[in-house]
Design a protein around this ligand. Structure first.
Ligand code: SF4
Length: 379
């Protein structure tokens, strides 16, 4: 790995800052969170736009604010309703952290958002990037931000080589971003940098002809735009196989289980089930869970098929088996679940279901199931 550059000289810094701010002010996208300096709304937009496209996030952002218009409303809500409002955005740890951080803002800061990077980073789920975004956009503090888009822009602009998500280049990029952010317009500069990465300096075929800093771009000058930043080697996805049991009560409502708040898919509802043990076939695992964990009376389990979902580093395969109708069963939570309940379609509409749960419901012919389930990512 070769590091060709580091923080730019002060004249170049000021020039790049001016160009990006002017470009942003002349024609940025009119996004709902760009019409406000309310830290709660800016924080929410940053949380939603991580791992999610802006166009997808907008309706969620508006619905979420209609349900929880202030940080105090979010803190007072129960986690199930917050996760239900988030359902479909994926990466549910973001919603759990929003809820936990809102409670902290109310409890420790009397409902008033802290305005420094350090105090923001002390809140659950707020890292250096989000803290920098809120501090600069809502409070006008000259705090840097570095996300995937900004990494790409800065690597190209200063012809920085290496893996931008790992040390030492990751640290160098934070230094460069801190040197560039102007004290008189930090929010517009940071938003301009993000916008530049999202719209102009695209991963493939960047629109260099429309770029406000093309005249200063090292990668363009060297003819190396296509090679910078270096591609990241991804480890192969691990595969996990599970079974899910379809158990109905006399009314036909399905038994659903809620995962405990922490960990993969925490707080989401699904068919009760568990991972296959080493050497176990799906029917054996289903019988083990039916008779052991769920204490169902013996009876043939009917295989209904399989569904799967790919997470970033994991492919989960779920075998769905239907058990005979439950009579007088009052199962208690087991194996990573903190609640079990028979839920029909209307009740399921009020809770957050994982993508695999929605696909399982489709497989079972339930009216609220989706074959192409809403996207669900890691916790
Ligand atoms: S000139 Fe091209 S490669 Fe360089 S920062 Fe602008 S869009 Fe990116």
């Amino acid at each position: 790995m070769r590091h060709v550059s580091h923080a730019p000289d002060p004249i170049l810094q000021a020039e790049i800052g001016r160009y990006i701010v002017a470009w942003y002010r002349a024609g940025h996208r009119d996004l709902p969170w760009r019409r406000t300096t309310d830290p709660y709304r800016i924080w929410l937009s940053e949380a939603m736009c991580q791992q999610t496209r802006v166009e997808t996030a907008i309706p969620y952002y508006e619905r979420f604010l209609a349900l929880f218009p202030t940080v105090a409303d979010l803190a007072a809500a129960d986690l199930d309703s917050v996760l239900a409002a988030w359902a479909g955005l994926g990466y549910y740890s973001r919603a759990r952290n929003l809820h936990a951080a809102a409670s902290e803002v109310v409890r420790r800061h009397a409902g008033v958002f802290p305005d420094t990077v350090e105090a923001l980073m002390a809140l659950p789920g707020i890292g250096r990037y989000t803290a920098g975004a809120v501090a600069s956009i809502a409070f006008g503090r000259p705090a840097p931000i570095v996300d995937g888009n900004v990494r790409r822009v800065l690597c190209r602009l200063f012809a920085l080589e290496g893996d931008p998500s790992r040390p030492p280049l990751d640290g160098i990029l934070w230094e460069v971003a801190a040197a560039l952010v102007p004290t008189d317009a930090p929010g517009d500069f940071n938003q301009g940098l993000m916008e530049l990465g999202a719209r102009t300096c695209a991963p493939r075929s960047p629109a260099c002809g429309a770029c406000p800093v093309a005249a200063r771009c090292g990668a363009l000058r060297l003819g190396r735009v296509a090679e910078i930043p270096s591609a990241r080697a991804r480890p192969p996805a691990r595969e996990v196989e599970r079974v899910g049991l379809a158990v109905r009560d006399a009314s036909g409502a399905l038994l659903m289980a809620r995962r405990a708040p922490r960990g993969l898919l925490g707080g989401l509802w699904e068919l009760p089930g568990g991972d296959l043990e080493a050497g176990e076939a799906p029917p054996e695992a289903a019988a083990r869970l039916a008779e052991g964990s769920l204490a169902l009376a013996g009876g043939a389990l009917e295989a209904r098929g399989r569904v799967e979902h790919r997470f970033t580093h994991l492919r989960m395969v779920l075998w769905v088996l239907e058990a005979p109708a439950a009579r007088g069963v009052a199962p208690s939570p087991f194996g990573g679940y903190d609640a079990l309940a028979f839920l029909g379609p209307p009740a399921r509409g009020a809770v957050a279901l994982s993508a695999l749960a929605l696909r399982s419901l489709h497989l079972l012919g339930e009216p609220d199931g989706h074959e192409r389930a809403r996207r669900t990512g890691p916790p």
